[in-house]
Design a binder for this molecule. Structure first.
Ligand SMILES: C[S@@+](CC[C@H](N)C(=O)[O-])C[C@H]1O[C@@H](n2cnc3c(N)ncnc32)[C@H](O)[C@@H]1O
Length: 269
């Protein structure tokens, strides 16, 4: 591994990794026994979890369509991109404008390896190792700097990652540091696990913390605090299914798991 670029790190299959646990919950094949064990513990405390992760992927697709199709954004910085799956960010964006440039950032070497294999020969999309807990190093990464035009608005995607940042790692300061570097007119998307007071929250949080060492459900007020310096666009910070739903988006009332995460997009004035 060289510096922030985790793509050449030794890969440990005996320890669970968040990206692979998420892949397992999504029904993917890029996971190992240790990841499936954690996934099964989470499923035991929240059997309907799969509906939640599918809703997460669906809102990500809706947000990308909104940013590229309605806000005119043509460059996306996806931090905590995850393992490639069906309908990745660059594929959704490209259907609207093939010239859209995308940078995927993740701190998991397996994610970087898979993403690089998928994207070999794709000049409009690049993959960079980086850690959200060190925004300055992401912003200074030559691959990130060179791939995006920092005089034009950027769509920053923080989907399903900030709840893996502990309170003591100061998530609001991390987002503020990234926002400060973005040109005016940039948009920031946050998907975050929501502490709604549901008894399932404590159990799932405990399962995540015990196995992955992290995982924090936050209240709506706490998540709003991550949008400091941004103007929330309609419909604001809402339950995931309520963020600009498609006709076939399952309603939040149809499944309690769909009330355990919120989503919002903020615009930098
Ligand atoms: C739950 S997955 C979400 C994937 C995708 N964004 C989505 O919503 O479908 C979270 C991803 O964030 C990555 N991640 C977690 N903490 C990170 C950090 N501090 N810096 C960079 N990536 C991180 C994990 O490796 C994983 O791939």
């Amino acid at each position: 591994m060289s510096g922030e670029d985790g793509g050449r790190a030794a890969i440990d299959f005996s320890e669970p990794h968040l990206a692979r646990v998420y892949d397992y919950l999504l029904g993917g094949k890029d996971n190992f026994a240790a990841d499936r064990e954690v996934g099964d513990r989470i499923i035991a405390s929240l059997p309907a979890i799969r509906a939640g992760v599918l809703a997460q992927r669906a809102v990500l697709r809706r947000v990308v369509r909104f940013l590229v199709g309605e806000c005119g954004i043509r460059q996306l910085l996806d931090i905590g991109a995850g393992l490639p799956t069906a309908e990745n960010v660059h594929q959704i964006a490209r259907r609207i404008d093939p010239a859209t440039r995308v940078v995927y950032v993740d701190n998991d070497p397996i994610v970087l390896t898979h993403a690089r294999a998928l994207l070999a020969g794709d000049d409009a999309t690049t993959v960079a190792g980086g850690d959200l807990r060190r925004p300055a190093s992401i912003l200074a990464n030559p691959a990130v700097r060179a791939h995006l035009d920092w005089s034009r608005p950027v769509g920053l995607l923080l989907c399903g990652i900030l709840h893996h940042i502990l309170d003591e790692e100061r998530p609001a300061e991390l987002t503020a540091e990234l926002v400060a570097a973005l040109p005016p007119g940039s948009h920031v998307f946050i998907h975050h696990l929501l502490d709604s007071g549901d008894p399932a929250v404590a159990q799932v949080q405990e399962a995540m913390r015990a196995s992955l060492g992290r995982g924090t459900f936050r209240t709506r007020e706490q998540v709003l605090g991550l949008f400091t310096g941004l103007e929330l666009v309609d419909p604001g910070l809402v339950l995931v299914p309520d963020w600009r739903p498609d006709r076939d988006t399952p309603r939040a009332s149809s499944n309690p798991v769909l009330r355990l995460a919120c989503a919002g997009v903020g615009r930098k004035p």
